[in-house]
Design a protein around this ligand. Sequence first.
Ligand code: FCB
Length: 455
Amino acid sequence: MNALFPAGFRWGSATAAYQIEGAAAEDGRTPSIWDTFSKAPGKVRNGDTGDIAADHYHRVREDVALMKEVGITDYRFSLSWPRIQPTGSGPAAQKGLDFYRSLVDELLDAGIRPVATLYHWDLPQELEDAGGWPERATAERFAEYASLAAEALGDRVPTWTTLNEPWCAAFLGYGSGVHAPGRTDEAASLRAAHHLNLAHGLAVQALREALPASSEVSLTLNLHVIRALSDTPEDRDAVRRIDAVGNRVFLDPVFHGRLPEDLVADTAHLTDWSFVQDGDLKTISTPIDSLGVNYYSPSVVAAGTSETPSPWPGASERVRFLPAPGPRTAMDWPVDADGLYEVLVRLRDELPGVPLLITENGAAYDDYADPEGEVHDPERVAYLDAHLAATHRAIADGADVRGYFLWSLLDNFEWAYGYGKRFGIVYVDFASQRRTPKDSARWYAQVIARGGLLR
Ligand code: FCB
């Protein structure tokens, strides 16, 4: 029996502005924290930057045609804040808005629904210079930017996501420092997490004001699937700590209007949380229409200690991470589709009534074009097949999953890993910018046409 998905299921693919656009200094765009970070020696492998990336800025037509060929119904992309509002405050830059308007028009002409993310990590450098996410003012600036974007594009973009993976922005950006802006201050990373939550809440309110009533407003989290090495109380406490600073630090304020009490206790040596002001949690919990979940792989933890600087404030002194078993992708991430099932049924139970979107899932492998110019990527097909099967199983068991966005449409700038890690279903030869659909693109096209998996 085939595994068919519900009618109306959204078959998507995802990208992010800094990872694909290039044109870093064109049409008034100013540097973001990722421009600065990638140019600092030793931060990104091979010294790669997003200056040119996949040159999507100049190839919108071709790229939308590729999407149409695959047959995706929805395309998730992000808006570059420094392209739309170059200084991070004040009026919008018309050319920046024009670019996104032409992308959106191209998508609509192709019958593809645009899904826009406001923040996929490219904070205008000017706002970082003023203190960045640890400062409350950044959240206020974000809401202003959200209004500008919604006013310009809201008539044609039905789905809006405020933030992509605020965990990475806060804790990799300000805690471990492996992402831009590369700061290593655990207390500042907690402030950043709160101000990202606040930015989300303020932006939801700004979007509601500017968008048509039928618009969908969402948030994307990379929820961590955490397994204990053993059933001892110490190992189970390690899971609790990572769950607090990995998941509930966002889920509790956004969906329940509260801070996780155990996280406040775990981090008492770092901060008294006095940066949380009256009314913040009410703002942060302004209702949204769906939750986006990004899932790649699970983690295994036990009692112990982790290296510092760490992206796990309040947990690094008590938790160690172990390699999870099983096959690995080129990122060295374990392949474990059950983890996706687990996170979906957890959300089914904890957030009844909240529709779910899988806003990212996919895998990097060492792809290359063979002498015939073809790119065969059977491991990626197997990865995607297993994760879609897990999604299907979760839906059958009552999880309200409305769509799946494959990461990624194109090979792109994989943050601190640079161009060495290829996640695309379309191969990009970065020297010529030639695009070649991989076998996985044809496979995904068949899945979409059939409405599910062959079994
Ligand atoms: C996620 C990011 C996305 C991409 C994938 C592999 O954390 O949101 O931009 O880099 O990982």
